[in-house]
Design a protein around this ligand. Structure first.
Ligand code: ACO
Length: 330
């Protein structure tokens, strides 16, 4: 049990200006708006400008979250960034973001890579560190610039992904039983080959040949990911509800990872919870990996879909194959 409640004090998000529609994509690869929309629910996605780094998007989202929380960058003593597309292989994006924001050098700064589940992992980690009492205020960021690791010649993947960033500020409350109530995290490491990047890591460094073969881009077995995603998201949701003795109909809003509308619809059916209780923005952003849940959370709050006393369920899956669920009471 946490020693004190860890609560979300503010949220923010950022999406790059450039909109890439299905119609435009269908001029580049053999696809159509009808195919993409019917298979994934995606209409358009955002693409970062060439000089716009993942850290720039993260900083924009963080500034909005800090403003929303009524705090300054100097109040932050912990930055946890969920990403698989850090600006550089080293150092951590968190350090670059710390510097750009003007966060104190006394802040602990590190990245977490759990792919699309990354934000739930980062939230759990930051809340545990805050509830320990050793840190006071955390920025938890999910940010991705996926466009450089998308294979723009592969129609089976390039239609699905987009760029963006979301952030939350975490602090504490004396009120018991609010904020992050709990999480369920896990992974199926035997399913690495379902979604991975073959080159650019220490086991297979980038070579001219690997670049020519687009080994630096994501490869995915879409159908298998789909099936496993539906199963693990359903289980992760049920596990956390059971742990906290809640029924699905006590959840006012589910904020799922935005990978595919059909996956979200399947979870809605399995949990017997109508789609009105699910926040969906995959139509506008596609899959932004670790950024998807914090962007959705911010949009849900700013559009008035979250009220004091509400309980939200976050649920995600991603490459690894990782999964995570979290319950938040406001
Ligand atoms: N446009 C037109 N046709 C296409 C396209 C496209 N963009 N992509 C594939 N097709 C074709 C295929 O070649 C296939 O043709 P065939 O029958 O002649 O072989 C046909 O469409 C059907 O393809 P499927 O793969 O069976 O399509 P499916 O209904 O499974 O949908 C999709 C594919 C959208 C990828 C789905 O499987 C999916 O969403 N999977 C989950 C992906 C996912 O969520 N990934 C993110 C993981 S999270 C992370 O960590 C990044």
């Amino acid at each position: 049990m946490p020693t004190r409640s860890t609560v979300i004090l503010g949220t923010g998000s950022y999406a790059p200006e450039r909109v890439l529609t299905n119609a435009e994509l269908s001029t580049k690869v053999d696809t159509s708006d009808e195919w993409i929309l019917s298979r994934s629910g995606i209409r358009e996605r955002r693409i970062a400008a060439p000089g716009e780094a993942m850290s720039d998007m993260a900083v924009a989202a963080s500034r909005r979250a800090l403003e929303n929380a009524g705090l300054k960058a100097t109040d932050i003593d912990l930055i946890v960034v969920a990403t698989m597309t850090a600006d550089l292989p080293m150092p951590a994006a968190a350090c670059i973001i710390q510097h750009k924001l003007g966060v104190s050098s006394n802040a602990a700064c590190f990245d977490i890579n759990a792919a699309c589940s990354g934000f739930v992992y980062a939230l759990d980690t930051a809340c545990a560190m805050i509830s320990s009492g050793r840190y006071q205020k955390a920025l938890v960021i999910g940010a991705e610039k996926l466009s450089p690791i998308v294979d723009w010649q592969d129609r089976t993947t390039c239609v699905l992904f987009g760029d963006g960033a979301g952030a939350v500020v975490i602090g504490t409350s004396d009120q018991p039983n609010i904020g992050l109530l709990g999480t369920k995290l896990g992974a199926f490491g035997d399913s690495v080959d379902l979604l991975y990047i073959s080159h650019g890591g220490s086991s297979s460094p980038t070579t001219p040949e690997s670049i020519a073969a687009r080994g630096h881009c994501m490869k995915m077995k879409g159908k298998e990911v789909f099936k496993l995603a539906v199963r693990v998201m359903d289980e992760a949701a049920r596990d956390i509800l059971e742990q906290h003795q809640l029924r699905a109909d006590q959840i006012s809003l589910v904020i799922p990872h935005q990978a595919n509308l059909r996956i979200i619809e399947a979870i809605s059916q399995y949990l017997e919870l109508p789609m009105e209780r699910f926040f969906v923005n995959v139509d506008r952003y596609g899959n932004t990996s670790a950024a998807s849940i914090p962007i959705a959370l911010d949009e849900a709050r700013r559009s008035g879909r979250i009220k004091p006393g509400d309980v939200n369920l976050l649920v995600a899956f991603g490459a690894g194959l990782t999964y995570g669920s979290a319950l938040i009471r406001w």
